[in-house]
Design a binder for this molecule. Structure first.
Ligand SMILES: Nc1ncnc2c1ncn2[C@@H]1O[C@H](COP(=O)(O)OP(=O)(O)OP(=O)(O)O)[C@@H](O)[C@H]1O
Length: 255
């Protein structure tokens, strides 16, 4: 069994506040692993510690067996970690296609901003771009974004914007994908679609997925395992049925 992501005694303090407190966990390759907990429990902080946006105060983070503690977000992304954000982080004045191409920038030899001109050249830069476009086309097909490929993302319904953000994260061909509240703001139909995409992504790609999510129905239907946090501490980690029945989890949510 190989481990895609390991947290070893990760603690993050903000002044006197302990946002995540001594968290250890090993997420297996190919697993869908969710993190639940009430507002302020430390879920996003943990994602930020993994992706390098925050430096951990104590402990270490390991990606595919390599320590990434203290590395910057760009370096961690290049090692195979990709994420979406709680609040959409799309470029609204760009089209779906352009936003997805941004997901490829890690691999590009040329500067993204030069890309439009590359189309008219016959050199290696143009070939490079064709390769990246092919990858993006696969994602457009997979996530059913054909009809909106040339639309500005700001003109799309919120649910579709979330799917574009998911596509951009996938375009980077991550080995580990972090999804921060992917279902927030989605209607019932869009939530069902999201479950479908997440299962499809897992089936088609060799990928490990971590999800922060408040929607219990969604979490229990997609997750192999769940970790519940409260006040920065891990209460329990295990199979969905066991975690949602755990007395401290029930208390944390009802309280
Ligand atoms: N940059 C920061 N500076 C100071 N305090 C922070 C910072 N980021 C998070 N915190 C604090 O850390 C604690 C955990 O916050 P975090 O956002 O990780 O919780 P969460 O479980 O993701 O909550 P939510 O479900 O509301 O998104 C909170 O008390 C929050 O105010």
């Amino acid at each position: 069994m190989s481990i895609a992501l390991a947290l070893k005694r990760v603690t993050k303090r903000f002044g006197g506040l302990i946002a995540t407190d001594d968290i250890s966990v090993e997420v297996k390759k190919g697993e869908i692993f969710s993190i639940i907990g009430p507002n302020g429990a430390g879920k996003s902080t943990l994602f930020n510690c993994i992706s390098g946006l925050y430096k951990v105060s104590q402990g270490s983070v390991w990606l595919n067996g390599e320590e990434i503690t203290g590395a910057n977000p760009h370096a961690i992304a290049r090692k195979g970690l990709s994420r979406t954000f709680q609040n959409l982080e799309l470029f609204s004045k760009m089209t779906t296609m352009e936003n997805l191409m941004l997901g490829r920038h890690l691999y590009m030899k040329t500067n993204f901003w030069n890309l439009p001109t590359m189309l008219w050249e016959k050199g290696p830069a143009a070939k490079d771009e064709i390769k990246h476009r092919e990858k993006v086309e696969q994602i457009i097909d997979l996530l059913d974004l054909q009809s909106v490929r040339n639309r500005y993302t700001s003109q799309l319904p919120y649910g579709q914007q979330k799917i574009v953000e998911l596509g951009r994260a996938l375009a980077a061909e991550p080995s580990v994908l972090l999804l921060d509240e992917p279902a927030a703001g989605l209607n019932l139909e869009e939530k069902d679609e999201l479950v479908f995409w997440i299962n499809d992504i897992r089936r088609l790609f060799d990928i490990t997925i971590l999800v922060i999510e408040h929607n219990m129905g969604l979490v229990t239907s997609i997750s192999d395992r769940i970790m519940a946090l409260n006040f920065g501490r891990s209460i329990v980690t295990g199979k969905p049925e066991a975690v949602i029945k755990h007395p401290e989890v029930v208390k944390a949510y009802l309280g």
